[in-house]
Design a protein around this ligand. Structure first.
Ligand code: PLP
Length: 478
């Protein structure tokens, strides 16, 4: 096998034998900094254990431990005889850090997923070869007519595939004519807010809730009404008491983001009755309902919408992959002309991706893929739960929702989840502080993290240790 570049020894390694941190951690940290800052480039070979040992005057075991953690965390790749290299898919995070200073309110997402980063599906398990085959098939089939402007609502064949998927999986009966293809949930929210909302309108938002929804509405000068979420989902009665005439309620009923609770049937009915009474709208954000581990996913709120007050937003970001930027809205028929009027002249979604997704769905791969991912996530989730249960101190509580792609850890009241998340970010680790998802509600400081990229039971043990070390890291002295 051809080796990449020659082994490099970064000059900025600082090992301090007086430091209370063990040497293997210091070495690990130095390597990580060199990788995340781009001093060591993706694909670059690192010196052998023997060379490192003589160069740094460290025991082989110390080096092996550091390298094992870096490999388990995905920073390094061991290639047998060919040596150890920096993982080729890693992208240095320096640019991300710089951007964050410019736009603190909208944290930039790195292009390569960080450790524990929420919301990214298992990209390692995506059937890329199959996808490429379907892509080639769609390109070969392309006729001149397919190269013109697309239907403003998006590809009809994709809309038909979505309509039949929704009737089987989410209990929604709708026709392809009621569907608009959007650039993900973000595109759907943008379209809905531009069509239905005017400055100073009130909108109910779940608290805690998905920060990008709030950010987008804030740019529109909308009055945001914080509706607390408890174990039964969004507290509809409080929403009604606070703002009975809100124009829109945005909810995630299947798997509330981020608490993972489901909206009870009683509250679903109360919400639908309120919308009907006030002639208000409900936007259902059904972003990852497919991933439920204890039972079949609950039907969507839209399945109960006899009065046609619900706009249902689905996305391919979790069930396929986020770079697709594809999602859809199922809308009440009466509202369709208004939404289409607001849309730009043509769909913003490229036709090739729409036809590949339609092909993927029609040939049965979509439901197989979801089933496979649900099984895989259940295993990865269990590995992480077991690993954490072995080491978490009693004062930390592991919170396990019934579905979704993340877990949470509630911390003692004296901890700051934001501080922990900020410190973790410096090490290119993505932990979400629940307090940042809150508007007015209060609760224990809590860290939210994804388990999706855990690759084995051994990896889970290393990752759990890594997580714990971040949680119990003492605050920096000023
Ligand atoms: C609550 C919630 N809604 C929607 C989405 C998906 O957004 P998009 O389809 O724009 O990628 C996410 C992604 O993380 C999410 O967490």
């Amino acid at each position: 096998m051809k080796t990449n570049k020659s082994a490099t020894f970064p000059s900025n390694f600082h090992l301090d034998r007086q430091n209370s941190q063990p040497l293997y951690r210091q070495l690990y940290q130095s390597f990580r900094d060199a990788i995340t800052q781009g001093v060591l480039r993706p694909g670059e070979r690192i010196p052998s254990i023997r060379n490192l040992s003589s160069e740094l005057g460290l025991a082989r075991g110390t080096i092996e431990t550091a390298i094992a953690i870096l490999t388990a965390e995905g920073y390094l790749l061991t290639n047998g005889q060919a040596g150890t290299t920096v993982a080729p898919s890693l992208i240095p995070q320096t640019a991300t850090v710089a951007l964050q200073h410019e736009a603190p309110s909208a944290p930039s997402l790195p292009t390569a997923p960080l450790l524990f980063q929420m919301g990214v599906p298992a990209l390692d398990a995506f059937p890329r070869k199959l996808w490429a085959r379907l892509g080639a098939r769609q390109l070969r089939k392309m006729q001149p007519v397919d190269m013109s402007y697309l239907d403003i609502q998006g590809s009809l064949s994709l809309r038909k595939s979505i309509a039949s998927y929704l009737s089987v999986s989410r209990g929604i009966r709708c026709s392809a004519e009621q569907i608009i293809i959007t650039a993900g949930y973000s595109g759907a929210l943008d379209l809905v807010s531009r069509t239905l909302l005017q400055q100073d309108d009130s909108v109910w938002l779940e608290d805690p809730g998905y920060p990008p929804t709030k950010r987008l509405l804030m740019t529109r000068k909308i009055k945001l009404i914080s509706v607390p979420v408890d174990q039964y989902g969004a507290d509809v009665a409080t929403g009604i008491a606070l703002s009975p005439d809100a124009r829109l309620a945005i909810v995630s009923p299947a798997n509330q983001s981020p608490l993972g609770v489901s909206l009870t049937l009683e509250r679903r009915i109360a919400l639908l009755e309120w919308a009907d009474r006030e002639q208000s709208w409900i936007l259902e954000d059904d972003y990852d309902a497919e991933f439920r581990y204890d039972a079949k996913p609950l039907p969507a709120l839209k399945a109960l919408d006899n009065r046609q007050r619900v706009l249902y937003a689905g996305t391919f970001s979790k069930v396929l992959f986020p770079a697709l930027r594809l999602g859809y809205l199922v809308v009440p028929p009466d509202l369709l002309p208004r939404l289409l009027h607001t849309s730009q002249m043509h769909t913003p979604c490229p036709s090739l991706s729409q036809s590949i997704v339609a092909d993927f769905m029609d040939s049965g791969h979509f439901s197989r893929h979801i089933k496979k991912m649900r099984g895989l996530y259940a295993i990865r989730r269990q590995w992480m739960i077991e690993a954490l249960n072995k080491i978490l101190p009693v004062e930390f509580s592991l919170l396990i929702p019934k579905g979704g792609m993340h877990l949470s850890i509630a911390l003692p009241t004296t901890y700051s989840d934001r501080y922990i998340a900020d410190e973790a970010r410096k090490e290119a680790i993505s932990l979400e502080p629940l307090s940042r998802w809150r508007s007015h509600t209060e609760g224990l400081p809590t860290i939210i993290f994804s388990f999706i990229n855990i690759t084995s039971q051994e990896n889970a043990a290393v990752m759990a240790e890594r997580l714990l070390s971040l949680l119990i890291k003492p605050p920096a002295l000023d």
